[in-house]
Design a protein around this ligand. Structure first.
Ligand code: CO
Length: 468
């Protein structure tokens, strides 16, 4: 047999970000992470994804933790492993477009606090919305990984992906990620896509998918054989279901092959043992719903990400209209088409999903519209691959003139105003960024933080051995 060139697959471990975002409503605390990072640091992971996405919002809002402090602690612990974050282009880690000065400052501070790899995406794949973040990360010498949101539809041909990949390479990306948030990429389609992308760019390719539809580990296998360089996996207690394929399983799959990454299964088993009780506790308390652990083949049928399905169920429950579930599921692709057939990922997934609910519940399509639906149709999130449905656009925006430029070109600098507004709470430079993204939530957190500090001061004052 001819000698096959060795090409160990690189693995990004997602247990500290996407896995608990997908399974545990992003509720893993820094305290739960710290005891295991010493072992995780010895595995040899290509990177550990541990920040960004929903973790920032959830830390401030639900855990009353400073996300920046978490990042610094993780950086201290991971001495040999690159840290990766997920960044929503001009939306940063929020749900709206921010001015360039906020995007630049956020990138700068993320890297200064310990991030090595920034994975940047735009929910419409409008690459103009990536420019500012990419430039800033290049300037700070971070590794820029641009992610394309994978989706299906007439417009999303192999030529579309090849063309946009080439543009991404020209923009200054160091690597390219296929971000399959809904688990739509099937094994043979992955083979074809990876080969096409490899033919059109020289960038390393990272495949990110979710187990929702049940095909993910087969998709990784075919993708790696086709030349995919990096895969995203999660330690088994927080893998599968709406999360990623399991790290240990993928490592074992490639053992003894040219793609063998050589990780120590005994070490991985110790890490697994650490996370297992976290899973069990979450199952007990209901934080982890066994429903999300199964195969949901409907995601392939309706092309809706898992997180969006659970949002939908809770929206309908609130409205006392759970019987409308299937009607809404069928309305989603129609709304998506009216809105230019965008990928469904935060925030476009929420916008399309909510509008579909309104269309069904009000009994007339677009009789009621959200502010965000109007913004999409005004071009304020950027350009979609296909044009909007003109009739729907007219009904929603009326005589207002939609924009066609890069949306952030119309947003004046915001930092000075944010600095002013949060000055009274500020304890570190980064606070202004927390405030910029989530003003109300951040303010509450700042108040909580002050109250905690006062408590500590009082305790210390009582203990004579500490000077206050
Ligand atoms: Co994901």
């Amino acid at each position: 047999m001819a000698e096959i060139e060795k090409k160990p697959v690189k693995i990004v471990e997602t247990v500290l970000r996407d896995a608990h975002q997908s399974l545990l409503a992003t509720r893993m605390t820094t305290e739960q992470m710290l005891p295991i990072i010493d072992k995780m640091d010895k595995v040899g992971y290509y990177a550990v994804e541990c920040w960004g996405g929903a973790t920032f919002d959830a830390s401030l809002r639900f855990l009353k933790e400073d996300p920046w402090e978490r990042l610094r602690k993780l950086r201290d612990g991971f001495k040999n492993t690159k840290l990766q974050m997920l960044f929503r282009g001009q939306n940063i880690l929020g749900y709206n477009h921010y001015a360039d000065d906020v995007v630049e400052y956020f990138v700068q501070k993320s890297i200064a606090n310990g991030i090595d790899i920034i994975r940047i995406f735009d929910c419409l794949n409008d690459i103009r919305n990536l420019q500012t973040a990419v430039k800033a990360a290049n300037k700070e010498k971070g590794h820029v990984q641009i992610a394309l949101c994978y989706t299906l539809g007439d417009a999303y041909t192999l030529d579309y992906w090849k063309d946009i990949a080439k543009k991404i390479e020209d923009m200054g990306a160091d690597s390219l990620c296929i971000k399959d948030m809904a688990g739509l990429l099937t094994p043979y389609a992955a083979d074809e896509l990876v080969r096409a992308l490899k033919a059109s760019t020289n960038l390393p390719i990272d495949l990110h998918t979710h187990y929702t539809s049940g095909v993910a580990s087969m998709t990784y296998l075919k993708a790696v054989e086709a030349g995919c360089d990096i895969i995203d996996t999660a330690m088994s207690p927080l893998a599968l279901g709406t999360s990623q394929p399991a790290t240990e399983v993928m490592v074992e799959t490639f053992r003894g092959t040219p793609y063998d990454c050589g990780y120590d299964q005994n070490l991985l088993a110790e890490i697994t043992e650490y996370f297992r009780p976290i899973r069990e506790k979450a199952l007990e308390t209901g934080l982890l719903n066994p429903k999300v652990l199964g195969v949901n083949i409907k995601t392939l049928q309706y092309q809706v990400p898992g997180g969006m399905l659970s949002n939908l169920v809770s929206q309908l429950k609130e409205a006392g209209a759970e019987d409308k579930y299937y009607e809404v599921l069928e309305e989603i692709p129609r709304v998506r088409k009216d809105f230019g057939e965008p990928p469904l990922v935060t925030p476009s997934s929420q916008i399309v999903g909510t509008q579909a609910v309104l269309n069904v519940l009000s009994g007339e399509r677009y009789k009621m519209v959200t502010k965000e639906s109007k913004k999409i149709l005004m071009g304020e999130f950027g350009q979609t691959v296909k044009p909007f449905n003109k009739e729907v656009q007219k009904k929603v925006v009326g005589d207002e003139k939609p924009i066609t430029c890069r949306p952030a070109d119309l947003i004046p600098p915001q930092l000075p105003q944010f600095e002013k507004e949060c000055a009274q709470w500020k304890q570190q430079d980064e606070d202004v960024l927390s405030y910029a993204l989530f003003p109300k939530v951040a303010e509450e957190f700042f108040k909580y933080r002050e109250a905690q500090q006062t408590k500590v001061d009082v305790t210390l004052a009582k203990d004579k051995s500490y000077p206050v």
